[in-house]
Each structure stands twice: as structure tokens, then as C-alpha cells.
Design a protein around this ligand. Structure first.
Ligand code: AHG
Ligand code: MN
Ligand code: MN
Ligand code: MN
Length: 335
């Protein structure tokens, strides 16, 4: 429609989720709908808190470290508490894995049928510089007959029923999949609603953009060095690739989803499994990219969503992005 016309039929996230539930038909229990609504509340609350962060001086270190040794920013801790409380209040969540919690959280009194994995604030090291941060999440349905144990979360990414992220930038953008493609929503703070803005998002098949922390290049394998060197030569159009690296996975993945290209955090000689965590960073992003027509692989070129993690903070090297770009990478790393 023209810039001037007023939209009078907005599709909110709530309406979209209900439409998705109706597609499933009468066997849908509505539980995932309730869970997704609890998730969207958490995103709205975290977005609001980040907007006020500078005002109420939440910036700065909380003075403690988390299970994976990261320095915890105050907002890491507050984002984590907001998320835990929203999941507990939903009544649908039995188990929760969070980057900021060393152990699995079990909501004893809940008889919910879902396990949620989350990175409450991704990119927090950039927070004080005003760079976009985000919340990454993934959802498993409890295994049949399970009353909720760690076996319900140490599962491959292919068993996730929903995943996505909310990036807190100039606006809050929620990119969501429930296994039927990817849809993007933007938070209208006046309405307090996420509005459908990227229906059925598909990642471009290729794009000459690579996103990796070159500061690790001394430690990379020869195959990765050769791959990246090939991108820096003039391509068939006479131009080398562009380098874009923000340092918040959510922001780097968001740009990759919208523009195309490749993002990577490979293992190297100093950290053989790289830095990104399988359950609440690699799997949700891999699920989204695959649903948008892209690919996500580990350092051996295997589909990353097929990994079965052994512990909840396990890490893996990861490359994700346009199918054409991953296929080019595979010619260098496929054993
Ligand atoms: P988190 O802030 O949740 O700990 O995640 C940080 C991650 C991810 O956001 C990003 O891709 C990566 O750290 C950047 O790491 P480097 O600074 O080593 O490049
Ligand atoms: Mn961290
Ligand atoms: Mn993270
Ligand atoms: Mn984090």
C-alpha cells in the first residue's frame, strides 16, 4: 500500500499464532500457543528494560561469572530473571536451560509439556556500546511419557518444535519458526503488539558477504584460511566479498537472514569447539536458517541440527547462511 494509507487489518503475533494453531486442526491443544504468548511477553519486557537500561544505570558488570565463564552484565542477570519468571508463570514449561544458569531448571509444580532453551541476552559484551543485542530461544516438547528430565533437552536440533530470536535494535524484531517456514514480527510499542512484517521470509541463495571474527585467524585450520582467502580475491564479477562482523550473533544472523551471505564461528587451535553454545545459540539459528532455505553446518560440514549434545552448555563450531555460500565452504572443509 502507499505510504500514506492507514493499515486497518494488522496481523499481530497473537493472531498469527492462532492462525497457525488452526492450520494444525482439532488435534492442536493450544499449549504451544500459550507458550509462544508467554515468550512474547518476555521479549516485550526485556525490550522495555533494555530501553531503560541507560536511565536506571543497569549498564555494567554484575560482578559475577556464569557457567560458561562469561562476565555477567547486569542485564544478563535481569534478562535471565525476566525470562525464567515468564516461563514459570506460563504453566506450560517444565524445564528451562539458560546460558546464565549452570544447571537445568525444573519447575517442580508445573505439569507443562515443554522444555525451553534460551540465551536471555546475546551479544551482551556489546551492550554498553549500544550495539543490538537479542534473546535466542528454542522449544522441545517433552518426550512421550517423560515427567521432565535432562533427557528431554539433550536432543538433536531436529527435534525442536519452535525456535527464533528477538533482536532489540531501533525496533524489536522477532524472527520465529514453528517448523513451517520463518515469519518476522516488529514490536509496535504503542500497541504493545508484535506485527507481522516479514511474512514467509526466505534467505537469498547467495550474497558476497562473510561474517567472522578475523581476530581468530592465527588459530584457524588451513582449510578455513584457504576458504576465507578465496573470498578476498576478486570474484567472477571482479569484486572480492564484503566483510561484516557486529559481534552479536543475533545481529550478524539477522543481517545474514535478510541480506544473505555466510556467518561463522569455527573451532580453532585454541578452542576446538569454537565459542557458540549448541542448545541455545547454534540449534535455534540453524532451525531458522534451514526453514528460510539456508544451511547450517559444523566444522566438518555436517548439518549442525543433527548433533546430539552431551551437556547443556556444550559448544560447537558453526557456519550458517545462504545455501550457495555454505556449498562453496563445503568444497574447502568437506572431509
Ligand atoms: P553472549 O553475549 O550470549 O555470551 O554471546 C556472545 C557470542 C555471540 O553473540 C557472538 O557471535 C560471539 O559471542 C562473539 O564472540 P567474539 O567476540 O569472540 O567474536
Ligand atoms: Mn554470555
Ligand atoms: Mn549468545
Ligand atoms: Mn548471552
Amino acid at each position: 500500500n502507499g505510504a500514506g494509507t492507514v493499515q486497518t487489518d494488522l496481523i499481530t503475533l497473537t493472531r498469527f499464532i492462532l492462525q497457525e494453531q488452526q492450520k494444525v486442526g482439532p488435534k492442536a491443544t493450544g499449549e504451544l500457543t500459550l507458550l509462544l504468548n508467554a515468550l512474547q511477553f518476555a521479549f516485550k519486557f526485556i525490550a522495555h528494560t533494555i530501553r531503560r537500561a541507560e536511565l536506571v544505570n543497569l549498564i555494567g558488570l554484575a560482578g559475577v561469572q556464569n557457567a560458561t565463564g562469561d562476565d555477567q552484565k547486569k542485564l544478563d542477570v535481569i534478562g535471565d530473571e525476566i525470562f525464567i519468571n515468564a516461563m514459570k508463570a506460563s504453566g506450560n514449561v517444565k524445564l528451562l536451560v539458560s546460558e546464565e544458569q549452570e544447571d537445568l531448571i525444573v519447575f517442580e509444580s508445573s505439569n507443562g509439556n515443554y522444555a525451553v532453551v534460551c540465551d536471555p541476552i546475546d551479544g551482551s559484551s556489546n551492550l554498553d556500546a549500544g550495539v543490538s543485542v537479542g534473546t535466542i530461544f528454542g522449544v522441545y516438547r517433552l518426550l512421550p511419557g517423560s515427567s521432565g528430565t535432562i533427557k528431554d533437552v539433550l536432543r538433536s536440533g531436529t527435534e525442536m518444535v519452535s525456535a527464533g530470536y528477538t533482536m532489540y535494535g531501533a525496533s524489536a524484531h522477532l524472527m520465529l519458526t514453528t517448523g513451517h517456514g520463518v515469519n518476522g514480527f516488529t514490536l509496535d510499542t504503542h500497541l504493545g503488539e508484535f506485527i507481522l512484517t516479514y511474512p514467509d521470509l526466505r534467505i537469498p541463495h547467495s550474497r558476497a558477504i562473510y561474517s567472522v571474527n578475523e581476530g581468530n585467524s592465527f588459530y584457524w585450520s588451513d582449510e578455513i584460511k584457504a576458504y576465507l582467502a578465496s573470498l578476498k580475491e576478486p570474484q567472477s564479477n571482479g569484486k572480492p566479498y564484503s566483510a561484516r562482523y557486529i559481534g552479536s550473533m543475533v545481529a550478524d544472523v539477522h543481517r545474514t537472514l535478510l541480506y544473505g551471505g555466510i556467518f561463522g564461528y569455527p573451532g580453532d587451535s585454541k578452542s576446538k569447539n569454537g565459542k557458540l553454545r549448541v542448545l541455545y545459540e547454534c540449534f535455534p539459528m540453524a532451525f531458522l536458517l534451514e526453514q528460510a532455505g539456508g544451511l547450517a553446518v559444523n566444522d566438518r560440514g555436517e548439518q549442525i541440527s543433527h548433533i546430539v549434545p552431551k551437556q547443556i552448555h556444550e559448544r560447537s563450531g558453526i557456519w550458517l547462511g545462504s545455501k550457495g555460500e555454505i556449498e562453496k565452504l563445503l568444497t574447502f572443509i568437506k572431509p
